[in-house]
Design a protein around this ligand. Structure first.
Ligand SMILES: Nc1ncnc2c1ncn2[C@@H]1O[C@H](COP(=O)(O)OP(=O)(O)OP(=O)(O)O)[C@@H](O)[C@H]1O
Length: 256
C-alpha cells in the first residue's frame, strides 16, 4: 500500500500538484487518469522518487520515504518494478537478456538462479520460444510483455506503469491490461498505472484517481465511474459517443 498525503509540487513557481492525498492499495490496479498536463506523470515520478515533493508525505507500507536513510531508500527502490512508456528495451539485447538485466545488475543470484527465474517470468507472460529474439524481431505487444517481465523479474512489491498501452491496437491493449491486472492479483503488488486509455479505465480500474489541473477531483472504481455525476469527470471520460452509450446502457441495466 502506498499512502500519499497532501503532496504539493511546483516547478519555477507554478504549482503542478496541489495537495494530492490518496491510498494506492495492495493487490489492486490503481489508475491515475486526467487530461494532458493535469499532473499524472509528475505524480508518478514523485512516487518513484524522481521528483522530491515540496510538502506532504509518501508512505510505502508504513515507511515514510523522506525519513529513510540512503540504504533504506536503495532497498526500497529494489522493491519497485517499472514499465516505461514505449517499453524502453535494450535493442542490442535478446528478450532473455533484457528480462534478466535487473537480476544481473542488482542481485547476487547465481547464473543458474537467474536463468530459472528468467524462464519462469518468460512463461508467465507467454513469451516461450522468444528467448533469443531481439526487440526489433517481435511485435509491439510482445515488446510490452518483455517490459512487464523485466519489471516483475525481481519480485517487486510495487509496480509502476507509464501509459502501458501506448502504440498498441485495442485488442492487444486489452490483453496487456489483463496481464497487468492478473499479475497484480497473483503477486499482490501495489500497481499504479498512468493511462489515457478509457478502455483500461473501464476494464481494470479497481481504484481510479482523477486529476484535474493538479487537484485530485475524484476517486473511485470502474463501476462507480459509470454512475458518477462529477461534471469534470463526466466531461473527461464521456467525451466520446461510444463511452456515453456504454454509460447510458449500464445505468439502464442497473435501474432494471
Ligand atoms: N520537470 C519539469 N519542469 C517544469 N515543469 C514541468 C516539469 N515536469 C512537468 N512539468 C509541468 O507540469 C505540468 C503537468 O505535467 P505532466 O507531465 O505531469 O502532465 P500529464 O498529466 O502527465 O500529461 P500527459 O498526459 O500529456 O503526459 C505540465 O504543465 C508540465 O509542463
Amino acid at each position: 500500500m502506498i499512502e500519499v498525503k497532501n503532496i504539493e509540487k511546483s516547478f519555477n513557481g507554478t504549482k503542478v500538484l496541489k495537495g494530492i492525498s490518496t491510498v494506492f492499495e495492495t493487490g489492486k490496479t490503481n489508475l491515475i487518469i486526467g487530461q494532458s498536463g493535469s499532473g499524472k506523470t509528475v505524480l508518478l515520478k514523485t512516487l518513484l522518487g524522481v521528483h522530491i515533493p515540496d510538502s506532504g508525505t509518501i508512505t510505502f507500507d508504513g515507511r515514510d520515504y523522506a525519513k529513510l536513510d540512503k540504504k533504506e531508500k536503495r532497498d526500497l527502490r529494489t522493491e519497485i518494478g517499472m514499465v516505461f512508456q514505449g517499453s524502453a528495451l535494450f535493442d542490442s539485447m535478446s528478450v532473455e537478456q533484457n528480462i534478466s538485466f535487473p537480476l544481473r545488475m542488482f542481485t547476487n543470484k547465481s547464473s543458474k538462479e537467474i536463468a530459472m527465474r528468467t524462464n519462469e517470468v518468460i512463461e508467465r507472460v507467454n513469451l516461450e520460444g522468444a528467448n533469443s529474439k531481439k526487440p526489433s524481431e517481435i511485435s509491439g505487444g510482445m515488446q510490452k510483455r518483455v517490459a512487464i517481465a523485466r519489471a516483475i523479474v525481481n519480485n517487486p512489491k510495487y509496480l509502476f506503469c507509464d501509459e502501458p498501452n501506448s502504440g498498441l491496437d485495442p485488442k492487444t491493449a486489452i490483453v496487456i491490461d489483463n496481464l497487468i491486472q492478473e499479475i497484480t492479483h497473483e503477486y499482490q503488488m501495489t500497481t499504479v498505472v498512468n493511462t489515457h486509455d478509457m478502455n483500461s479505465v473501464l476494464e481494470i480500474g479497481e481504484h481510479i484517481v482523477f486529476l484535474k489541473d493538479g487537484v485530485l477531483v475524484w476517486n473511485g472504481n470502474h463501476k462507480e465511474i459509470l454512475r458518477t455525476q462529477n461534471e469534470d469527470l463526466v466531461d473527461f471520460v464521456y467525451s466520446s459517443e461510444l463511452f456515453k452509450e456504454i454509460r447510458r446502457v449500464s445505468l439502464l441495466m442497473e435501474n432494471k
